[in-house]
Design a protein around this ligand. Sequence first.
Ligand SMILES: Nc1ncnc2c1ncn2[C@@H]1O[C@H](COP(=O)(O)OP(=O)(O)OP(=O)(O)O)[C@@H](O)[C@H]1O
Ligand SMILES: [Mg+2]
Length: 296
Amino acid sequence: AYEVTEFFPDLGEKGKWFRITAAKLRDSSGRIFGAMETLEDITEQKTAEEELLKRTKNESLGTFADGVAKDFDSLLTAILRNVFLAKISASEEDKILENGLAIAERAGLQAKELAHRLITFAQGGYPVKKNEKLDVIIKDAVQKVLEGSNVTCQPVIVPDLWPTEIDAMQIKQVMENMITNAKEAMPEGGVIDVIAENTTTGTNIRTMGKGNYVRIIIKDRGVGIPRENLSKIFDPYFTTKETKDRGGIGLGLAICDSIIKYHNGLITVESLVGVGTTFMVYLSATPNDGKNGVSS
Ligand SMILES: Nc1ncnc2c1ncn2[C@@H]1O[C@H](COP(=O)(O)OP(=O)(O)OP(=O)(O)O)[C@@H](O)[C@H]1O
Ligand SMILES: [Mg+2]
């Protein structure tokens, strides 16, 4: 008997894996008169294995990245402190020195920002969950990211938004990353819709069970995401942007994804090239009985 697993790229939506086993058929005198083949669809098992491998890889990469990022952070702190000291002790007339130090300082601050992003990504796990005011987090993030830009947003938050147990810092980061992406998708400026509302799902949405959720919708009218990129946008280091002077290296959504996963939530995305993109973030919530409101 023999056994092979083979991938058939043209079957189904994303191709299928089959395990093929064949056994010889013999007659009563032992002569081979044929073979019996069985086909078993093992696509799901294969996908699960790949997912697990990716996770393990991401986890060890995370531990490593966390260490490196923290070392970088303290080295940068030392560099920046000395640049600052040099700057204040440089003589008034020395413009070249002053400019040089200002550039070094900016680069240092950007590198620090990058180190912090890496730390968040690497630590991705272990949110410290508390009952937090999601409306404040959303409004702060919108304000921080869009201030002074040509993109505007008036968040719409239902007044009786259900309380959520979340890590405020992490969810703020999710909001900032997504609003930054929405802004960057509209270089000519425009309007972003941000809505936070209560929703109850009676059926499972992908990995998310039935239940009560707060849904945050972030909708832009930007460049959109081509279909073939939709499955890649949450991968670490996937980016279609030129990094230029920004820290952008394709970690934004990877960070969002790991944070929301550890919150047992879900992110969905819909996009049309040239029309815009809508991200939805689901966070588990407890319907309010009107008495035990959100702690402050
Ligand atoms: N709102 C959006 N509109 C259009 N494309 C988007 C949007 N959000 C994400 N993308 C696409 O997904 C890619 C990955 O996004 P992600 O936030 O992870 O990285 P980035 O924005 O490129 O870099 P970084 O977030 O690290 O600055 C982007 O490069 C872009 O191609
Ligand atoms: Mg981004």
